[in-house]
Design a protein around this ligand. Structure first.
Ligand code: GRF
Length: 199
């Protein structure tokens, strides 16, 4: 199975995926890392690991359709079976999602369906939740709304700051995401309506 990881930032989840792959905990090919941000650290991590990279910047295309067409062309070329969004800061169009139906995963740093959007950690912390944590889910046309694959629970203590909580959530993400990817690779994830069954 061929995997492409999409990133826009620091790529700590990408690193966790690379490390899991090296350990043999993800039994698939990490074929391609796609980024819309040329200077991001994730690309450095990919290069260091010897993974092919693709930079596609939105500003270089007239429309979102053209921008995505360029990405899809490369995914087809690499025969990608699974797309893993790891801190990719762009919404994927409905057309794109439909072309890779049930083949795009995302990780969100809050327990969905609570605290959707780009500030999941901060929003949950400021709300005063006692438990939060990451969610791995399928990507559908609605943001942060696809069937949930795995979630990790992190207790919020009174001593926690937003930073300490973020650290704990990221640590959990780095365990959860490789596990979810390997479940997908093994064909153990079954979608039944809104629900996911791990078989
Ligand atoms: C993670 O917190 C993830 O939940 C969110 O974006 C962040 C990416 O971090 N979708 P990194 O680039 O993997 O370090």
């Amino acid at each position: 199975m061929n995997i492409a990881v999409f990133c826009s930032g620091s790529g700590t989840n990408l690193q966790a995926i690379i490390d899991a792959h090296k350990r043999g905990d993800i039994k698939a090919d990490l074929k391609l890392v796609v980024s819309d941000v040329p200077a991001c650290l994730a690309l450095e991590r990919a290069k260091k690991a010897g993974i092919k990279t693709l930079i596609v910047e939105r500003k270089d295309f007239k429309s979102k359709e053209d921008f995505e067409a360029e990405i899809i062309k490369n995914l087809n070329k690499e025969k990608i079976d699974l797309i893993v969004l790891a801190g990719y800061m762009r919404l994927i169009s409905t057309d794109f999602v439909n072309q890779y139906k049930n083949k795009i995963l995302n990780i969100h740093p809050a327990l969905l369906p609570s605290f959707k959007g780009t500030h999941g950690i901060k929003d949950a912390f400021e709300y005063g939740v006692k438990v939060t944590g990451p969610t791995v889910h399928f990507v559908t046309q609605d943001m942060d709304a696809g069937p949930i694959i795995l979630q990790g629970a992190i207790k919020v203590t009174e001593d926690d700051t937003e930073e300490s909580l973020a650290q704990a959530i990221h640590k959990e993400e780095h365990k959860l995401y490789p596990r979810a990817i390997q479940l997908f690779v093994e064909g153990k994830i079954k979608i039944e309506g809104r629900k996911v069954r791990i078989i």
